[in-house]
Design a protein around this ligand. Structure first.
Ligand SMILES: *Cc1c(COP(=O)(O)O)cnc(C)c1O
Length: 396
């Protein structure tokens, strides 16, 4: 101990103040606990740490009270037990690969999966010895025929990014479970609100919190959620050794939006469904790919397995008489819909896709160009008028 008569210099007191803050303060927000260094009371506590023990603080990368509050709420939304945060949805996908997959293993991925998941798998196949096959998302229990002796992981996604097919998740999950193969679902579309993967036999749920959880088009974050402690440990170890964590500031932004997520999701859902139904009556449109509308492959699985709506994202396929150039002109003529990646915020978005160039394992039946809409929180009648005006401008 220093001599009690020793007086600390101002600079030392600025670095190590004895803050005199009145106790008993409470508010609704989770405090932003920033940390790289986590302080231990003594050496024995530091030395007794075991990396896998979730009940102890260790280092800022692995969690602070702010990030742990977020993981607990995310696990509760999906009915999971354990959750981990990653700095983007894609990092969460990557965490699943590095946590579970070794060279020589085989992975099955639906042909309509989120594009960067495909790119990630192809990279691991090229450079790290992974075997990757893509499967028809509507394969259902037929997945059994594609399973190999070394199949270790089956990805699912409901509905598929861009093309919106809804998979028979219970059928695929039960085939996988019977063979001891892990299933991971990209459940970003439903935010975990409308589709509960663990109730349908899936092992790991991946969320891009960048979307509805953040709700502001201004934060990147991802999560992996599971009920299985052994899987959680594997994911946690990979996450730790890859050095991927999130800041308390970003976690606090997501926590701030999470309480309003369900009402936002429902508002997006009402608006998107109304516009999808209207688009179905339009002569320019050959098909409306919205899980709650019959045109959408797997609509019956949506009707059985989803509770709580489809949110704000759906696609349309234009009549084949319109060229790519004309559909591009339509997208550019929209004034209330912006052109940009991602979704989940207040602003509506539109993006054209060339689906045939995105597939390798299944037939795409449509000849017309696909446009994906994300319906934000603007008034539906304004969005409808905007689309109508863009039809007129582009297809006159
Ligand atoms: C956006 C998205 C991701 C990736 O999220 P990022 O945070 O942008 O990396 C993953 N899956 C789906 C289905 C997405 O829409």
């Amino acid at each position: 101990m220093t001599d009690p008569k020793h007086k600390l210099a101002l600079q030392t007191r600025i670095v190590q103040p004895k803050d005199d803050i009145t106790p008993g303060f409470e508010s609704f927000s989770v405090p932003v606990a920033r940390a790289s260094t986590v302080v231990f009371p003594d050496l024995a506590s530091m030395r007794s740490l075991v990396w896998s023990d979730d009940s102890k603080w260790r280092y800022g990368l692995h969690g602070t009270p702010t990030t742990i509050a977020l993981t607990q709420r995310l696990a509760a939304i999906e009915g999971g037990e354990f959750a981990l945060l990653q700095p983007s949805g894609l990092a969460a996908i990557s965490n699943v690969y590095f946590g579970l997959i070794r060279a020589g293993d085989h992975v099955l991925i639906p042909d309509n999966a989120y594009g960067p998941n495909r790119d990630h798998a192809d990279w691991l196949a090229e450079d790290f010895g992974l075997e990757v096959s893509y499967y028809d998302p509507m394969i259902g229990a037929g997945i059994a025929q594609l399973i190999r002796a070394n199949t270790k992981l089956i990805w699912l996604e409901v509905p598929g990014s861009v093309t919106m097919e809804v998979q028979d998740v219970p059928a695929i999950a039960s085939v996988a479970r019977a063979r001891g193969i892990v299933t991971a679902i990209d459940n970003t579309y439903s935010a975990g609100l409308a589709f509960k993967p663990f109730e349908h036999g899936v092992d790991i749920s991946v969320q891009a919190l960048t979307k509805y959880q953040s709700g502001g088009s201004d934060v990147l974050m991802g999560a992996t959620i599971t009920r299985d402690e052994a899987l959680h440990r594997k994911l946690k170890r990979a996450r730790m050794l890859l050095g991927i964590g999130v800041s308390a500031d970003d976690a606090s932004l997501v926590l701030r939006s999470l309480a309003s997520m369900k009402v936002r999701y429902e508002a997006h859902d009402r608006a998107a469904f109304a516009l999808a139904q209207w688009l179905k009556t339009r002569p320019e449109v050959a098909a409306v790919l919205h899980p709650a509308i019959e045109d959408c492959p797997g609509h019956a699985f949506y009707a059985c397995d989803f509770t709580g709506g489809a949110g704000g994202l759906f696609s349309i396929v234009f009549d084949a008489r319109y060229s790519t150039v004309q559909v591009d002109a339509f997208v550019e003529a929209l004034e209330l819909f912006s052109i940009g990646w991602s979704w989940g915020g207040a602003h509506s978005l539109a993006m054209p896709y060339d689906v045939r160039s995105m597939r390798t394992a299944s037939n795409w039946p449509h000849d017309g160009v696909l446009v994906r809409f994300y319906i934000g929180l603007e008034e539906v009648r304004d969005l409808q008028a905007d689309i109508e005006a863009a039809f007129a401008a582009a297809f006159a």
